[in-house]
Design a protein around this ligand. Structure first.
Ligand code: ATP
Ligand code: MG
Ligand code: MG
Ligand code: MG
Length: 472
């Protein structure tokens, strides 16, 4: 079943059951606490928080999502993309646990001829929050899932909360058993690659208070209205329904891998490392196109930096696969073609998306050609002395003179088996800023003093995409 059909069936199923179909919101969240939308519930947040009265009791959507914290999983696990689509159904004070659970089961297991997805019930495993007897009872007694395929998990995976004070409650997840070729048995509690999580049902049930109770925080009591928020990963379901090994081989991503192969001559399935690179390219180029489509432009802060980092990783992986000329035009073109069916606005915006992506590519190729030799020399020097750590001085030089962001240095060093003295690097960065600050004060030029902001950006580190602030 094609991705577009999975999406259609989702929306039709819930529409037929009284849900209002709400189009995907932009990836740029209308929410100051979020850089990008990571989940389907975000556009409905004001309803869940009770800030705005919802115009409907039930809604459904297929929401574009970006999760930058998953970036290091991409290509390595079978199931994490930086961009994915979350199919959701939502109840605002209407149906609760039993409604959400029975809808989910019906849609997943009813036959494809009847409009469902036709999954075999024996392959579905359920997790519930360890204290949620009610959810377990519904799965066992109402739906009829055998007790041995229902597992209880702790707060980490199976309890949800948002803000203080705010709503919170247990989750229940549906996982699909992909069989022994994906490893040992025992259910999702022991093996999350074999028993892949496909659908999370969140039961917003309690009000969370400011204190710390025995469960990690205070639960003040029941919410005045109980809500449902669910999310199913479209790409994960596509992976199962299309009978492929991982989400990058599903219809909308596989065509991107094939273009990467055409550009590099490296075939998918040839070797582990090159397969990881091909998957990273497919994932990241799709994310880049979707971000640019929603109006993000490459930059050194915030969303712009997310886009920049993702594009640069895609380009670098293409070079590791052997590409020695620009590749972005072809990759953008195929992504727009394959995603355009579900997001026609991409087709109308093709020219602009291409020109933003191409400009970033040419900027990055200049940076790379200047810095790569310097990095290689530093790596060789370090190794010849028997060292395993690139010094903070070298990382600082690469940054300051050659425009290499620290996370690029970290990645390229680690590909050659070295780590980097990040503390040393940050100390030098701080010294440089302090000098600049002192100079600025001496001169009293009247320019805005950005050093406080820079300190914050620097402290929060590379993994949070707050970014480097110096680029060539
Ligand atoms: P996982 O444990 O596999 O990382 P999660 O628990 O973080 O997933 P949820 O926050 O529960 O995911 O999101 C709801 C659904 O969205 C998941 O059940 C999954 O199907 C899908 N999903 C989450 N993260 C990703 C991702 N990075 N790529 C593709 N699909 C995802
Ligand atoms: Mg996750
Ligand atoms: Mg999970
Ligand atoms: Mg989950």
């Amino acid at each position: 079943m094609e991705s577009a059909e999975i999406r259609r069936r989702w929306l039709r199923f819930f529409e037929e059951r009284g849900h209002t179909v709400v189009p995907s919101a932009s990836l740029i969240a209308d929410d100051p606490t979020l850089l990008l939308v990571p989940a389907g519930m975000v556009p409905f947040k004001p309803y869940f928080l009770g800030e705005v009265k919802p115009p409907f009791d039930r809604a459904t959507s297929v929401q574009k999502c970006v999760r930058t914290p998953d970036i290091d999983e991409v290509g390595k696990t079978t199931r994490h993309g930086t961009f994915f689509q979350m199919c959701g159904n939502f109840s605002f004070g209407d149906y609760f646990k039993e409604g959400a659970i029975t809808y989910a089961w019906e849609l997943l297991t009813s036959s494809q001829a009847d409009g469902g997805y036709g999954l075999e019930p024996e392959k579905l495993w359920i997790t519930v929050y360890e204290k949620d007897d009610e959810a377990e009872r519904i799965w066992r007694d109402v739906v009829g899932v055998p007790a041995e395929r229902i597992q209880r998990l702790g707060m980490g995976p199976n309890f949800w909360s948002m803000g203080v004070p705010g709503p919170c409650g247990p989750c229940s997840e549906i996982n699909y058993d992909r069989g022994p070729e994906f490893g040992e048995e025992g259910g999702p509690a022991v093996n999350d690659e074999r028993y892949v999580e496909i659908w999370n049902l969140v039961f917003m049930q309690y009000e969370r208070g400011p204190g710390h109770g025995k469960d990690g925080f205070d639960i003040l009591g029941d919410l005045p209205a109980q809500n449902i928020d669910t999310g199913l990963g479209l790409e994960r379901l596509a992976m199962i329904l299309q009978g492929v090994q991982n989400m990058y081989e599903t219809d909308t991503l596989r065509v991107v891998i094939d273009i990467a192969t055409a550009l590099t001559g490296v075939h998918y399935g040839h070797a582990h490392d090159s397969d990881v690179s091909l998957r990273v390219v497919a994932d990241h180029m799709r994310t880049a196109v979707m971000l640019i489509g929603d109006g993000v432009t490459p930059g050194n802060e915030g969303r712009g930096y997310v886009l920049r980092r993702i594009m640069r990783r895609a380009i670098r992986n293409m070079r590791m696969l052997g590409a020695d000329r620009p590749v972005v035009a072809e990759l953008v073109d195929v992504v727009i073609g394959t995603m355009g069916e579900q997001y026609p606005e991409l087709l109308n915006d093709r020219k602009r998306i291409e020109s933003v992506a191409l400009a970033e590519e040419s900027r990055f190729l200049k940076t790379l050609s200047a810095g790569t030799n310097i990095l290689d020399t530093a790596v060789t020097e370090t190794k010849s002395k028997g060292g395993q750590v690139l010094s903070g001085d070298q990382a600082f030089l690469l940054h300051d003179t050659w425009g290499f962001p620290i996370d690029l240095t970290l990645e390229m060093a680690s590909e050659q088996g070295l780590s980097v003295d990040e503390d040393g690097f940050r100390r030098l960065m701080k010294e440089q800023r302090d000098r600049a600050k002192a100079d600025a004060q001496k001169k009293k030029t009247g320019h805005a003093d950005l050093s406080a902001y820079r300190e914050v950006a620097d402290r929060s580190g590379a993994t949070e995409f707050t970014g480097y602030l110096h680029d060539h």
